[in-house]
Design a protein around this ligand. Structure first.
Ligand code: HEC
Length: 183
């Protein structure tokens, strides 16, 4: 092997490695990057669109939407406009001595502690890093109650979030389970 060939070979190896590293960076950018975030002031600037008491787990989901997310009318299947952000606050509830959930005057479970804050956001091209788990153009992330550390980080969102919305909420509903209940 002459010197010229070795250089050529090295160059081609370098190109291959660049491609491999490039792909890995792409993958990381597409999956590990948080393009969803948590708007700090969502409780005051978003609309509370739904309160859902879950009889099986005796937890309550309080769902908020930004202006775009609240544009889908009650009962509408969507699709949701780009820029939609939906937030699902997961709460434990107060139980009586028999372990039954205590009700508020509005009939909903009495909230106890905030457990997690799930966020999903729709933007053009979102979800392309989720592969077979992709649910349309939504990306997901979940925060602990401090609103800063992750309960589910971006790189786990495909399997831990998108997958279930894909399978059970389905495209028919733009991968969103619960509709806005009233306007
Ligand atoms: C096992 C299935 C499942 C998984 C996994 C799941 N979800 Fe959901 N998600 C649901 C269901 C069911 C609802 C509706 C809950 C209700 O109304 O009580 C929901 C509701 C939501 C909502 C409110 C909008 C809507 O679809 O009604 C958001 C936001 C959300 N999920 C985000 C997430 C995030 C973020 C993750 C990952 C950390 C996640 N979800 C994982 C089933 C799932």
């Amino acid at each position: 092997m002459d010197h010229g060939e070795t250089v050529k070979e090295k160059k081609s190896m370098a190109r291959k490695w660049k491609a491999v590293i490039g792909c890995a960076v792409c993958w990381l950018l597409l999956t590990a990057q948080d393009r969803v975030g948590l708007p700090n002031d969502y409780r005051t600037t978003f609309t509370k669109i739904r309160v859902s008491d879950r009889t099986d787990s005796k937890t309550t989901a309080v769902i908020y939407a930004n202006a775009a997310g609240a544009m889908v009318r009650p009962g509408d299947p969507g699709p949701y406009p780009y820029g939609s952000i939906l937030i699902d606050e997961n709460w434990s509830t107060v139980k009586d001595t028999n372990g039954n959930a205590v009700l508020e005057s509005d009939g909903h479970y009495k909230l106890d502690k905030l457990l997690m804050i799930h966020v999903m956001r729709k933007e053009a091209g979102f979800g392309e890093g989720y592969g077979e788990h992709r649910s349309g153009e939504w990306e997901y992330v979940s925060f602990a109650t401090d609103g800063k550390s992750y309960a589910t980080p971006p790189e786990r969102a495909a399997v831990s979030c998108a997958q279930c919305h894909r399978e059970f909420a389905t495209e028919k509903r733009d991968w969103v389970f619960g509709r806005y209940e009233k306007h």
